[in-house]
Design a protein around this ligand. Structure first.
Ligand code: TYD
Length: 214
């Protein structure tokens, strides 16, 4: 594969969307053919399923939730990720396979071995070249999300943001365990008070990959 895949991971509200978009704009400015994606979403099917996953009123059983995330991923891999990597693009994705292991595995308690096996099938074996794990205490991160959504009356808390703090704490612990097992791929970046400082750390982690590309 000629391209590069960089994923962003972290608990809700840790600033992945902001930082991943910043990285996207920076890479384009300095001349790299770059695409920004997010999960769930990014395809017609993904966008429809995302609404169910985030805002469905009825209860969603754990395995149903798991397969809906996998459905979104399978579609995105086939439609966009695989073709773009073959063309040599840089793909930045806001959440990927590690989210499923952290949220459905560590958060919901679904069999982690099963998730790892299914992830391999659904991604066709594609693993990110680099994963940026934005690490922050869930309490602080969720507070940021609440204040951001509170400013826009059109945005309400989704199914995951409505989970108790203990759920988000399990997710964070899960992420840190996943990072320990994948030291080469996953770079833990603590979220700083100043967004610019966090971004400088992200740039430092990404630069070695760029020199490999040229
Ligand atoms: P969204 O608002 O799209 O993104 P974010 O919170 O990252 O800004 O919400 C996506 C939610 O879906 C988020 O709470 C994490 C969750 N999620 C899973 O539980 N499993 C997964 O595999 C993925 C991709 C996301």
């Amino acid at each position: 594969m000629k391209g590069i895949l960089i994923s962003f991971e972290g608990v809700d509200g840790s600033g992945k969307s902001t930082q991943s978009r910043r990285l996207y704009h920076w890479l384009r400015r300095i001349g790299y053919d770059t695409i920004h994606l997010e999960e769930p979403g990014g395809s017609n099917l993904g966008e429809s399923v995302k609404k169910i996953l985030l805002y469905s009123k009825g209860e969603i059983e754990g395995l149903s939730e798991l397969f809906l995330f996998f459905a979104c991923r399978a579609q995105l891999v086939k439609e966009t990720i695989l073709p773009s990597l073959k063309k040599g693009k840089i793909l930045i994705i806001d959440r990927f396979s590690d989210s499923t292991l952290a949220y459905q595995g560590y958060g919901r308690g679904i069999d982690k071995g099963l998730i790892v096996r299914l992830n391999k099938i659904v991604t066709k074996g594609i693993t990110p070249d680099l994963t940026i794990l934005l690490d922050e205490r869930p309490k602080a991160a969720l507070k940021r999300t609440k204040s951001r959504k509170g400013q826009k009356s059109s945005l309400s808390a989704d199914r995951f943001e409505n989970e108790p703090l203990s759920f988000h704490q399990r997710v964070r612990k899960g992420y840190l365990k996943i990072a320990l097992c994948n030291k080469k791929r996953i770079k833990i970046i603590p979220v700083r008070a100043d967004e610019d400082d966090t971004f400088q750390e992200i740039k430092k982690a990404v630069l070695p990959l760029l020199t490999k590309m040229t």
